[in-house]
Design a protein around this ligand. Sequence first.
Ligand code: CP3
Length: 342
Amino acid sequence: MKQTSRELFKDATSGKKTNRPPVWLMRQAGRFLPEYRELKKTHTFTQIVQTPDLAVEATLQPIRRFDFDCAIIFSDILVVAEALGFEYEFKDTGGIRLLKTVSNEKDVIELTARVNDVCQHLQYVKEALQILRNELPHKAIYGFCGAPWTLACYLVQGENIQGFPKLLQLQQSNPVLFEKMMNALTQASINYANMQLQTQIDAFQVFDSHAGLTSLNSYNELSGKWIAKIVEEIKGKAVSVVFANEMSGRLAEATKTNADFYSLDATKKLSEVRNQYNIGLQGNLPPEILSNSTAQQTALRTKEIIDDMKDFGRHIFNLAHGIKPDAKLENVEAMCQTIRGY
Ligand code: CP3
């Protein structure tokens, strides 16, 4: 009988030999899909996220079209900020804005007071994951949250601007307050992760999209040590994956979080990393290829990555970062065909 995607994922992540890596794409549900743009004509992003049937629908769209091996629940890292009392909205000019930010002791006290209510606010995510498990018994399902550091970038800055300078300013001017805030965000993330782990997910990914903002040798102190606490909760219950963006050159620091898998950017060949570190690897096709290349070029670059990793195993095929809204459908199709036909 043909192996299911879920079985393939289990084999690949536990180090068994497989014919090909399992595949999914970060941000696979979203604006590059015509059916997602259609859904957005009648519902806002927040409505989709907060309504379990709609969140499941958005999650299933890329699976229906491309038959990916893994589904990631349609949500956002910022739902935790919202559950802590810091709501977000979309700017007319694109990007995100928080209605209020964290800047002083009072804000951190307010945030800390809500840590144990997070799951109550986020029941809709649990419900969506339960429906999804029923819909997709044979696919691997990912839950996720933001890394406390990356979440703090948004909470303190209030919007996504280059460099998020206010967080580093806060950490340097008031390290005690920084520590208190990070503790609260970590505990909220642990509560949230545990709620998701109750729903038979196969993997849990922590998105540290702004890991690269930490200066050399400060990653562990600013971000890694908090992620390590979340990873510890996931161990043995689901495959733990950390997207440590822009950290390929600093893996000695990043791997201290002790995750099972690291999702890497495109600055290093995966086999080079594997020769040096005995870790599972997710990645790392540059998303620009899907937007700017031809189907044939996409197929070639895809094959290069699988060739490079085929003797190593413990590889999950993915992009180096999230798929872009202008990605071409025929390129995603060429990538999938190359992987499946390998
Ligand atoms: O991967 C998936 O398909 C699951 C869904 C998912 C979304 N956001 C949906 C989304 C996931 C895993 C995320 C994670 C996320 N959210 C991250 C980490 C990953 C990364 O890309 O670095 C970050 C930093 C965020 C915060 C966030 N969400 C920003 C800054 C924005 C606005 C910028 C943008 O991309 O428009 C969002 C909005 C968002 N989250 C959209 C989607 C599909 C776009 C909303 C829309 O217009 O439909």
